[in-house]
Design a protein around this ligand. Structure first.
Ligand code: PEP
Length: 248
């Protein structure tokens, strides 16, 4: 089943009020290429103002806490993100799994919180270079899926982002054969975990996606879009990626 592709930008800890002008061309491209879903996840401080600037563009968050309220200084709940206008939230990004020691169980709890607010959870998984070199990439990602995906969830509310850690921000990407192998393994695991609902889950590829490699990556079977870091910061880079996805 061909799913609508989603091209989501993760601005990480980048961006400013001035930088939100980039959203204008991105929103225009999203409207032009209406067969593709487009989202930008700016820093949380910019969510509400990004929504106000481009109400037609899906704006998301980069993380959320699993609790609704409470003594969690500096954290934001899914409810707060929804109130700010977010339509989705990334959970379990490898930078958070590493920097904040987030476990699969925490990632799953965050995903549940996101879904319960009516938002879409983009759940990130991916192996390290050492794990791939040891031949363990599929086993590692399968284990992350088993621990991080809420099995009771509606498949349409979940997106998986396969992001090999060694490909993030490095300019390196797996071969298209390796991407195909991993996305097929992820699809099979989602079907095992969610039943027929697993067919509705979009599986994004992330890691050094740029205009020059987007077409070949987006053409791989079971690649239902991209999670884009560095190349999402400027419309000049991000718009051609949206166009590449729309051309498949
Ligand atoms: C990311 O961190 O989600 C990412 C894919 O980054 P980049 O595109 O810069 O590799």
């Amino acid at each position: 089943m061909a799913l609508r592709k989603l091209i989501a930008g993760n601005w990480k800890m980048n961006g400013s009020l001035d930088g939100l002008s980039e959203l204008d061309a991105i929103a225009e491209a999203a409207a032009t290429h209406s067969a593709v879903d487009v989202a930008i996840c700016p820093p949380a401080t910019l969510i509400a103002v990004a929504v106000a600037r481009q109400p037609g563009l899906a704006i998301g968050a980069q993380d959320c806490h699993s609790a609704a309220t409470g003594a969690h200084t500096g954290c934001l709940s899914a409810q707060m993100l929804a109130e700010a206008g977010a339509k989705m939230a990334i959970v379990g990004h490898s930078e958070r799994r590493t920097d904040n020691h987030e476990s699969d169980a925490e990632v799953r709890a965050k995903a549940v919180a996101v879904i319960n607010q009516g938002l879409t959870a983009i759940i990130c998984v991916g192996e390290s270079a050492a794990q791939r070199d040891a031949g363990d990439a599929v086993a590692v990602v399968t284990q992350q899926l088993d621990g991080s995906v809420p099995v009771e969830a509606d498949g349409a509310r979940i997106v998986i982002a396969y992001e090999p850690v060694w490909a993030i921000g490095t300019g390196r990407t797996p071969s298209t054969a390796d991407v195909a192998e991993m996305h097929s393994a992820i699809r099979a695991r989602l079907m095992a975990l969610l039943g027929e609902g697993g067919a509705a889950v979009r599986i994004l590829y992330g890691g050094s996606v740029k205009p020059s490699n987007a077409t070949e990556l987006m053409a791989v079977a079971d690649v239902d879009g991209a999670l884009v870091g560095g190349a999402s910061l400027k419309a000049a880079d991000f718009v051609p990626i949206i166009a590449a996805a729309a051309s498949i």
